[in-house]
Design a protein around this ligand. Structure first.
Ligand code: IMP
Ligand code: MG
Length: 182
C-alpha cells in the first residue's frame, strides 16, 4: 500500500483502500435499492467528498443525476469556524427532486446543518445525507442519515480529505501526525 507523503507524516492508517471500497459498495447498493425509481440528484460537496462521490455513484446501479456545490468552512486550519461560504452553487434546480447530499466527514455538523437548511428552502421532494466519516458530535450541528464509518476525534486525511490542500489523493484514510497541524 502506498503511504509515501512529503514528510512521512501519517500517524497510522484507519481504513485501507480495500476496506473503503467494500463499505462504499454496501452504501451504494442500499442507495440504489432505496432510490431505484426516483432518479435522485446526487450532490457532491466539493472538494473533500469528490473521491467518495465518484466511487459511490458508480456503486449505484440505478438512474441518477450528478451536481456539485463548493463550500469552504475551514480555510487552511484544522478547526471548524462554523462559517460556511458558498464558492460554487448547484447548477440544477432541486425543487421537487430527490436530493442525496454526499459529504466526506462530519465534525461539528455545522457545515451540514447550513447546507440542509439552504437546500430545504428550495423545496426538494426529499433530502437525505450520506457521509463517509462521522466524528463524535460536540457542536449543535446535524448528523448524517447514512454513515460509512464512525471514527475517533482525530484529524484524518486521504481519499479526498485534506489538510491545507495536501493528501487528497492518498488511496487510504489515515490519521495525520499532530505535529503537522499544531
Ligand atoms: P464541520 O462543519 O465541523 O462538520 O466540518 C466539516 C468539514 O470540515 C468537512 O467537510 C471537512 O472538509 C472538514 N473536516 C472536518 N474534520 C476533518 C478531518 O479530520 N480531516 C479533514 N477535513 C476535516
Ligand atoms: Mg476540507
Amino acid at each position: 500500500m502506498r503511504i509515501t507523503t512529503p514528510k512521512n507524516d501519517i500517524e497510522r492508517v484507519l481504513f485501507t483502500g480495500e476496506q473503503i471500497s467494500e463499505r462504499v459498495r454496501e452504501l451504494g447498493a442500499a442507495l440504489a435499492e432505496e432510490y431505484r425509481d426516483r432518479q435522485p440528484l446526487m450532490v457532491c460537496i466539493l472538494k473533500g467528498a469528490s473521491v467518495f462521490y465518484a466511487d459511490l455513484c458508480r456503486a449505484m446501479d440505478c438512474a441518477l443525476f450528478m451536481d456539485f456545490i463548493a463550500v469552504s468552512s475551514y480555510g487552511a486550519s484544522s478547526k471548524s469556524t462554523g462559517v460556511v461560504r458558498i464558492i460554487k452553487d448547484l447548477d440544477s434546480n432541486i425543487t421537487g427532486r430527490h436530493v442525496v447530499i454526499v459529504e466526506d466527514i462530519i465534525d461539528s455538523g455545522l457545515t451540514l446543518r447550513y447546507l440542509e437548511e439552504l437546500f430545504a428552502s428550495r423545496k426538494p421532494a426529499s433530502m437525505k445525507t450520506v457521509c463517509l466519516l462521522d466524528k463524535p458530535r460536540h457542536g449543535g450541528g446535524s448528523g448524517a442519515d447514512a454513515v460509512g464509518f464512525d471514527i475517533p476525534d482525530e484529524f484524518v486525511v486521504g481519499y479526498g480529505l485534506d489538510y491545507a490542500g495536501h493528501y487528497r489523493n492518498l488511496p487510504y484514510i489515515g490519521v495525520l501526525k499532530k505535529e503537522v497541524y499544531e
